[in-house]
Design a protein around this ligand. Sequence first.
Ligand code: NAP
Length: 486
Amino acid sequence: MVSRVIPVDVFDLVVFGGTGDLARRKIIPALYRRFRAGQMIEGSRVIGSARSDFDTESYRAFVAEAIDEFIADHASETVAAFLKSVHFVKLDATGKEGWADLAKLMRKDVVQAFYFSVAPSLFGALAERLESHKIATADSRIVVEKPFGRDLASAKELNATLEAHFDEHQIYRIDHYLGKETVQNLMAVRFGNVLFEPLWNALFVDHVQITVAETVGVGGRGAYYDRSGAMRDMVQNHLMQLLCLIAMEPPARFEPDAVRDEKLKVIRALDPVRHDQIVRGQYKADGEQQGYLEDVEHPDSLTESFIALKVHVSNWRWKGTPFYLRTGKRLKARMSEIVVAFKPTPHSIFDEEAGSKTNVLTIRLQPNEGINLRVTIKEPGPGGMRLVDVPLDMTFADALGPVAREIPDAYERLIMDVIRGNQTLFMRGDEVEAAWAWTDPIIESWTSRGSRPHPYDPGTTGPEDSLMLLHRDGRRWREIEDYGTD
Ligand code: NAP
């Protein structure tokens, strides 16, 4: 199969925070790959910007180093060609200098995008100056990163700040999980096949599990993380988005507002979560590594590095089917997956010795993206009728050959969508606010009770109580296991 690359229109992309960690690790490598693939064509420009003392020449050296560090196989001629499109403007988001230079450099007759890869406290200053210096046009796009607020009030404030200068159709709120190939494939599998949709409801789905497990601790982000915790850092955004894609009704068309309207309905249908349906944890120290409390240098911290919740979507389709969500740090393996566990057949025609199996659809986001459906067949051989379940594996790298060997990073897809002006995979303002409106009372319920997260051993699946969350319902989590690398 040959991959089709459709070049995007010529653009000027300004990366505010162009010297930061996100720019170096994700944005620059993503742009380079799209250039190499022929999607970013000649004439397009990447304009890094920050307060640091770079000029275009030294910034090109910085970009070349980032490519060197994060892209294993790069040809020097391609890098040299890419660097010609790279520029730098030194400016302070909160100051006066540099803005006239940026205004002079920008072209009005190409697609303009501004990536706010800076702290959210600078969003207002950037938006205001882009307007007052007449740099942005009615068609310019701005891209903002998580965290989008830390509660409903701050998210509303952030939305109001951006909306004072830009229309909603110009604002691209990134949740990089939505840029993952498998997440988009989830929509293709659900809505491009007749097989799944008739079964996709509480009559046939026993339960859904969504797991995002990390092996790393909070590392150097201790102080930031401790003000946030797993609920704010992961559940309110990434896990919520995955839940929406699983639970939403089919939109009439695959168009931005049609998709986002359906996701919003799911968020609004979420029941409040009782405190006995939540398990929070903090990783302990082990031989070599510090525990959470030492990592964040806050011995009394009540912030969770692990959370598991049982969530209900109260609508006709899902009434009675629980969604179990869990995410945590310093766990046994790094993996993200969604499991849709179907109910048993209504009646078994086989005798008890045959055993009984149920169908399970697993959508793996990382590592080694792919979709796997377990189906029941007869165990081969003359020994009578015994049932086994076997995987119908749709690991993309195997099924699609060279095209899928290098699955594009989520940022590649998302940045190209910004240039194309397609907001389908970005969160709308009302979606983000609805997600906080559901999250706030949950956080408030444990804050007001002063409840302490359960300590858990690193390298495990989290606190014991999270196993109980499912055991009480006669179910069990899928193993957190290593699927190899991506
Ligand atoms: P970072 O490494 O601290 O970089 C911040 C960037 O902002 C630097 O380029 C800095 O350059 C620039 N900057 C700071 N103050 C400025 C000012 N007053 N005017 C102009 N530029 C200024 O941060 P980051 O990790 O790249 O994160 C950027 C944003 O992405 C944040 O909102 C973060 O929450 C979000 N995010 C990051 C990641 C990640 O993996 N890193 C993941 C998800 C979301 P100068 O100091 O030279 O000005």
